[in-house]
Ligand binder design. Structure first.
Ligand SMILES: C[S@@+](CC[C@H](N)C(=O)[O-])C[C@H]1O[C@@H](n2cnc3c(N)ncnc32)[C@H](O)[C@@H]1O
Length: 189
């Protein structure tokens, strides 16, 4: 994990002061989220977390990159947006369990292990929404040098957690390539 974290810290250090646009799949589906809290796991420097704050959500953003979280905090302060952040390893399921309970959770351009996927699903209130999107197998076939740890296998998360029902599973393309999007709803026990 050390190398990967260093790589991400370097990427965020080298990024200019510009904030990236939120993920289109999230913007298109934000109406499907429930009020009012959302956790973004692997939030980076926060383009999605900041967008959700502006939409009125009570946002928690976590990432293992101190530089990413520091940038997110600077962006938030500049807009006077309030959110919670935490530097943590998203693959540490004990640390995830300590985050609390949420109405929604998102993974954007992050591929969790199945353990982390389930740990995040278990943070959701009944009927809570889990939205995720990242590059897929087709993207890797077309761009073999692309980072495979960001690419979902076909149907990888479709049946990964019995406490979730699938509202949507789509493969789509945008100007960056091929992606898979999922929207799940937590079942009422
Ligand atoms: C492609 S970026 C996406 C960031 C953000 N979700 C977005 O859409 O802009 C992947 C992020 O995952 C984070 N990351 C990778 N492995 C992680 C881990 N084990 N725990 C926490 N964050 C991790 C990186 O620091 C980076 O910010």
């Amino acid at each position: 994990m050390g190398h990967k974290r260093d790589d991400w810290n370097r990427k965020y250090q080298e990024r200019g002061s510009q904030q990236f646009q939120p993920e289109v799949y999230l913007v298109q589906n934000v109406h499907r989220l429930r009020p009012s809290s959302v956790v973004e796991v692997a939030c980076g420097d926060g383009r999605n977390a900041l967008y959700l704050c502006r939409q009125g959500f009570d946002v928690t953003g976590v990432d293992f990159s101190e530089e990413g979280i520091a940038r997110l905090c600077r962006f938030a302060a500049a807009e006077n947006l309030k959110l919670r952040t935490q530097v943590m390893d998203a693959e540490d399921t004990f640390a995830l369990a300590a985050l609390g309970v949420f109405d929604n959770a998102i993974f954007i351009h992050y591929k969790p292990s199945v353990e982390t996927f389930r740990a995040v699903a278990s943070l959701l209130r009944p009927q809570g929404i889990l939205l995720m999107t990242s590059f897929n197998r087709q993207h890797l076939i077309e761009s073999p040098h692309f980072s495979s740890d960001l690419c979902y296998e076909n149907e990888e998360f479709l049946y990964a957690d019995g406490s979730l029902e699938v509202l949507e599973y789509v493969s789509y393309t945008d100007d960056r390539g091929w992606l898979d999007g999922y929207i799940f709803r937590k079942l009422v026990p």
